[in-house]
Design a protein around this ligand. Sequence first.
Ligand code: IPE
Ligand code: MG
Length: 271
Amino acid sequence: MNTREEVGEFSKLFNGFMTLMRRFIFKVLCVGPIPNHISFIMDGNRRFAKKHNLQGLDAGHRAGFVSVTYVLQYCQEIGVPYVTLYAFGIDNFKREPEEVKCMMDLMLEKIELTIDQAISGNLKDLKVIFAGDLNLLNERLKVAAQRLMELTEENRGLVAVVIVAYSTSHEIVQAIRESCVRKCVDGDSPLVLEMSDVEECMYTSIVPDPDLVIRSGGIDRLSNFMTWQSSRSLLHTTAALWPELGLWHLVWAILKFQRMHDYLQKKQKLD
Ligand code: IPE
Ligand code: MG
């Protein structure tokens, strides 16, 4: 066996050991309550690129995509039913056009890659949904997103909602408009809107409210992300930049959720 083969053997053994360790940690974690829905505000991609001197406008976002795959895998293994990922906010369209283009191109590339995985049958435990004002995306991206949703529609397992071209204020305004239209079509007069009418028309009505919101990048704010839906959620922020987010950050956030669980349950009943 030459040195290269030895290194290969060692890394195989090491990976196997880490997988076993992770399974063990998750088994212990699952003794306590597991959040039904975790939302991720993925922040810090550009700072990561700067920190590591990575070249290219999309370098940090590329590194961030690796974290997305790990986070989804861990959530799947833990048995979290719903995950939402804040991938692109409406305000992000105000960034330099070159960066916006780079991010859109990267998103298309990753969606197409995921489409290939879905076609080859390697994505059976993942249902992908895109939510937000998809009309603000370019046509190719919109079509690809639609295709991936169709391909994974029947899949059971983890539901991953990728939130793009989104802000809660935009979502509420469009939901009110849409519910007015629906009421008018129904011929209701006078037009009275109930809370449930508006909620039904929200982009994110496809998933239950998040139990836990995890934000990376060290800033304690919600950035107009699911603020309506997260009024009772536990917010956990970590200084780790999104591409640095790993197993321990996720485990730590879930442990915090478990510690706060009774309190959160009580609050839900009182509100
Ligand atoms: C988050 O990282 C990427 C998006 C979801 C748009 P940023 O691009 O905001 O990176 P920082 O916060 O500037 O480092
Ligand atoms: Mg940021």
